[in-house]
Ligand binder design. Structure first.
Ligand code: IMP
Length: 201
């Protein structure tokens, strides 16, 4: 089985991505497990696409092997698409899920339910050593409620109700979330692209 190096250390993400790449004969190895230096990759792009590409490309340069990276976040319509690429550090230095969620609720305090629409976005970039790449973007539309609900998931999950549901991502449980999430949708596109190419991996 060929290996593909992933920029992330998030076990959950690695498992989700490997479930797809395995079908194409590729196992996913984290950059640490691949013995790569733990250099910081600054996520200074203005779009998820830029950051996702940057992470995959920097690892590709270090490893000289096929790499994959994902960049994700929340876009809230009433905030002009914020926090967007700043989702992880929305509330500044030392931001935590709690402080980010508090800031989000504060900024939306005067926004009525029907105007609290939002979407989660995930962009997965896969780069081959010859420079060829696949970019897959997945979106999950929904809305932001008025107080946290649910203990599951991470990040903004307790505040986000996906369209067609009445529970937050924090209440739905991993199995249900992973069927409809932005990342799951990006992975469906990645799988289609891999099938189209059928590169000899
Ligand atoms: P990253 O792509 O892992 O850097 O994620 C950026 C940030 O977006 C996270 O720190 C979370 O705040 C938010 N985020 C991304 N995906 C999710 C999700 O599935 N649920 C909740 N928050 C998310």
């Amino acid at each position: 089985m060929k290996r593909i190096i992933i920029a992330s250390q998030n076990k959950h993400k690695i498992e989700e991505i490997e479930a797809i790449t395995k079908k194409f004969g590729m196992s996913v190895v984290s950059r640490n497990d691949a013995g790569l230096p733990n250099t910081d990759i600054e996520e200074d792009g203005k779009t998820f696409e830029e950051n996702s590409y940057k992470k995959a490309y920097e690892i590709m340069r270090l490893a000289g092997e096929m790499t994959i990276a994902d960049d994700s976040g929340l876009m809230v319509d009433a905030l002009g698409g914020a926090p967007g690429v700043y989702s992880a550090r929305f509330s500044g230095d030392g931001a935590t899920d709690r402080s980010n969620n508090e800031k989000l609720l504060f900024m939306l305090k005067d926004v009525p339910a029907e105007k609290r629409t939002a979407k989660f976005v995930s962009v997965i970039t896969m780069i081959y050593p010859d420079g060829d790449k696949i970019v897959a973007r997945g979106e999950c539309p929904g809305s932001i409620i008025f107080e946290e609900r649910g203990q599951g998931g991470f990040g903004y999950d307790p505040l986000f109700v996906p369209d067609g549901y009445d529970k937050t991502f924090g209440e739905l449980g991993a199995e249900e979330k992973n069927k409809i999430s932005h990342r799951a949708r990006a992975l469906v596109i990645l799988e289609k692209e891999l099938k189209c190419r059928e590169k000899d991996l």
